[in-house]
Design a protein around this ligand. Structure first.
Ligand code: GTR
Length: 434
């Protein structure tokens, strides 16, 4: 027999259970949709139609009128606005070894002092140059997750002293890297392969620019470059962490332009996952990047937000409140209200070559949504007389397609593999006329 207070208790328990199940914010209760038939019907914003309803029909008016409009929408609603190159920025070559990696490479380490002060904010770049290639060489440039020393077991790479996510398996104790993390990410970088193909490889630890946690900006460039420092209250259209990381890539390119060993006009910016989102945003804003490569970038990267397949706008904003600008949170569960979708991010890269890669098991990143973004960027490439992707349907696994827009979905998980690099190298060879 139940008393009325039992019933009340039961009722309260049930309603809190229901609330917990229905709640989509805050992590645990989020249930990603992986069912294609449950993708909501959606209409994508037309990349070619101006805010006043007019359609641009040629490359010149895209460049002069529509491109700035679309770029402005991404700044205001998605990634936030970033500053330009700081006036007083300086570079310092801190080491140079001509017989690195058994003699095949020259290894340089360069510090970029954002305010020109050695005790101010800085990032440290690691560069490998192929010794047997004619200078200046083209390059791949990308941020890394684990410190420069994690991309190769080369004992000469300076161990990062920056804040790292704490994980003993990754060789990090009390948020500091140890020797145990040297070479931990080597499979993701394929250094020798890149060098043998005649390319340089330049990389920076993303945490040099901003440590990747909600309050990490206080230790990064967003605070360092703001007059109010760690007391800054960002306007809803000011840069988030992805904006800061992308800004760092542009500052790295500033250095490459100043180094006579490198051909800054042939730099491919590359990134995986959150750093793939970052590479796309860098390539979209900074037209000096000759090629942009997005490896498994997913939500807020190459994947269409309106499909809400796998990771969604709401989920990403809750889990990573620091990545995007304040305004992006207005679109939680309201993807249809977004004035842009991610195909327009790819369109901003036109007519420059862009490569979008997915992995079959990486459903969280929505491989089909990544393909469709690449596809729907095509009208802008066509204005420039470029084919773009040049296929109608998503290809089978391990069958790369594309022309100015490259695409593949490989077998396997969310990662950067040798297979991915092989495709990027071929793509770069083709577009750099090698
Ligand atoms: C996940 C996040 C993704 C992706 C990934 C990564 O947790 O939900 O958007 O960026 O991290 O960067 O590894």
């Amino acid at each position: 027999m139940h008393t009325s207070s039992d019933c009340l208790l039961l009722g309260l328990l049930m309603s809190s259970f229901l609330l917990a199940v229905c709640r989509t914010s805050g992590g645990e209760a989020f249930k990603p949709n992986y069912d294609e038939s449950k993708v909501p019907p959606y209409t994508l914003p037309d990349p070619l139609t101006l805010a006043n309803g007019e359609k641009v029909t040629d490359a010149r008016s895209w460049q002069a009128r529509r491109r700035p409009e679309v770029l402005g929408l991404f700044q205001t609603h998605v990634y936030g606005r970033s500053p330009g190159r700081p006036m007083d920025m300086t570079f310092e070559l801190t080491s140079q070894i001509r017989d690195a990696l058994g003699g095949i490479a020259t290894r340089k380490e360069v510090s970029v002092y954002f305010t020109g002060r050695k005790d101010g904010p800085k990032m440290d770049m690691l560069i490998y140059l192929p010794n047997n290639a004619k200078k200046p060489v083209p390059a791949f440039l990308g941020l890394n997750f684990g410190g420069n020393h994690a991309i190769h077991s080369d004992p000469g790479i300076t161990l990062s002293r920056q804040w790292m996510r704490d994980s003993k398996e990754a060789g990090v104790v009390n948020n500091r890297a140890t020797e145990a993390s040297r070479g931990k990410e080597a499979s993701r970088w394929q250094v020798e392969k890149v060098l043998q193909r005649g390319y340089a490889l330049a990389t920076i630890y993303y945490g040099d620019i901003e440590p990747d946690f909600a309050e990490g900006w206080k230790m990064g460039v967003r605070a360092a470059l703001s007059p109010k420092g760690a007391d800054t209250a960002f306007a809803p259209d000011e840069w988030g962490a992805i904006g800061a990381w992308a800004w760092g890539l542009s500052r790295a390119l500033d250095y490459l332009e100043a180094d006579a060993d490198l051909d800054a006009k042939r730099v491919a910016v590359i990134g995986h996952s959150r750093l793939g989102k970052t590479a796309l945003w860098a390539g979209a804003q900074d037209e000096r990047f000759a090629i942009t490569i997005s490896n498994d970038s997913g939500c807020g990267g190459a994947a269409l937000s309106r499909r809400a397949f796998g990771e969604t706008v709401e989920r990403i904003n809750n889990a990573f409140p620091h990545w995007f600008c304040g305004n992006f949170k207005r679109y939680n569960l309201k993807e249809a209200d977004l004035p842009v979708d991610q195909h327009q991010l790819i369109a901003l890269i036109a007519p420059r070559p862009v490569y979008v890669a997915s992995a079959e098991e990486d459903r969280w990143a929505d491989p089909r949504g990544e393909f469709l973004s690449a596809k729907h960027a095509e009208p802008v490439y066509r204005l420039f007389g470029e084919k773009g992707l040049g296929v109608e349907d998503m290809p089978p696994v391990n069958q790369p397609v594309g022309d100015t827009i490259g695409y593949h979905i490989r077998t396997g998980n969310h990662d950067v593999k040798e297979y991915d690099w092989e495709q990027y190298l071929k793509f770069a060879d083709r577009h750099f006329g090698r």
